[in-house]
Design a protein around this ligand. Structure first.
Ligand code: SF4
Length: 360
């Protein structure tokens, strides 16, 4: 497994982050945080999809106070996203936030940063310094002419220094831009320059499709280098999609401690005589959020007898399509013929049996 073992390990609620701990996947609610019911409901959906850490926007004291009510209804590590006003950060820490995302540079006077650092230290709450290419300081923009990777790293390390001066070291850094190449370079520079755990991702990446591709390239390249301790796939889409994508990236790299279900299926092909695209999509949807408890389960959903039996025998189980029907395989053996409309239920029943769950 690829991990960057040398990062400082911190704790976010009950989760270890950095120092060789499994890479965690996070997303951000798009509800109004003061709407506790809506926020808790969305957190439930995120958890079901495999979210490890949830961030919530905390733009005012009303939202900070709602953290306590949300805290009572979920055990997920909660990150309060705060800008500008140190009093909101203090209120969120008091209300039970597990981590605070701030930019010390926009909190203002040094004494305000110190108050936040002291409160976070006393509460055992880490701080993420979230540097973003879109909100780089005017001084750094002028110095570098653009939000370059070097500018992002200088900003992050400069802000970390503000906290270090307060003897605060439970710091997570993120250095995001909407450019894949700049993001990769910024994180590589940061990884070489410090041992703080890194929250990785490509930000403002665009709609679901391009956001997914940008992040898969950026996050994938970094993780393959052993860089990254927690990740967010930023997409202009339902946050649940961000979690699915994040888990899939980890799974593809063999880094998901929950491992999961790997689906092997055919590309479009004129030979198939079942609705292969629809079947594979519905099966994938049905598998979303199933915790395989560390097991890697490979399922083949194949269109015909050309490559179908070979792939299905190589998988834990699978099907090879026929004419409105399929042959079902398990552990390399042909088991039986099934009708097309039985494929998904059969495969799901096999997944559940493989992880020791009883069929519903
Ligand atoms: Fe086409 Fe059959 Fe190969 Fe699938 S297994 S890609 S349906 S030839």
């Amino acid at each position: 497994m690829l991990t960057r073992e040398n990062t400082r390990q911190i704790r976010v609620g009950g989760l270890a982050l950095g120092g060789g701990a499994p890479v965690t996947v996070q997303s951000m609610c798009n509800t109004k945080t003061w709407d506790v019911e809506a926020t808790v409901s969305q957190i439930g959906r995120l958890r079901a999809a495999g979210c490890d850490i949830v961030r919530i926007a905390v733009p005012d004291l009303r939202s900070a106070e709602a953290v306590a009510a949300i805290r009572e209804k979920t055990d997920v590590p909660l990150v309060a996203d705060i800008h500008f006003d140190y009093r909101i950060a203090l209120a969120a820490i008091r209300a039970g936030a597990s981590k605070i995302r701030i930019n010390p540079g926009n909190i203002g006077a040094a004494w305000k940063v110190r108050e936040v650092a002291e409160a976070a230290l006393a509460a055992g709450v880490p701080l993420r310094i979230g540097v973003n290419g879109g909100s780089l300081s005017a001084a750094l923009r002028e110095k570098y002419g653009a939000p370059t990777p070097e500018a992002l790293v200088e900003s992050a390390l400069g802000q970390a220094e503000l906290l270090e001066r307060c003897a605060f070291h439970d710091i997570v850094l993120s250095l995001k831009t909407s450019s894949v190449t700049d993001t990769i370079e910024a994180y590589r520079l940061a990884a070489a320059a410090c041992s703080y755990p890194l929250h990785i991702g490509v930000t403002e990446a665009g709609d679901g499709y391009s956001g997914l591709i940008k992040n898969a390239i950026g996050i994938g390249a970094l993780l393959a280098d052993g860089i990254g301790d927690t990740l967010r796939v930023s997409m202009t889409a339902d946050p649940v999609e961000e979690i699915r994508a994040g888990r899939e990236i980890l799974r593809m790299l063999g880094m998901d401690p929950r491992d999961g279900i790997e689906i092997v299926s055919c590309p479009p092909c004129g030979r198939t005589q079942i609705d292969l695209i629809g079947t594979a999509a519905r099966f994938k949807e049905a598998c979303a959020g199933i915790d395989t408890k560390g097991k890697h389960i490979k399922v083949a959903v194949m269109g015909c007898a050309v490559n179908g039996p070979g792939e299905a025998r190589d998988a834990d189980f699978g099907i090879a399509g026929g004419n409105g029907s399929a042959v079902f395989f398990r552990a390399g053996e042909t088991v039986c013929g099934i009708k097309e409309d039985e494929i998904i239920d059969r495969l799901l029943a096999e997944v559940r049996a493989a992880i020791g769950e009883k069929a519903e």
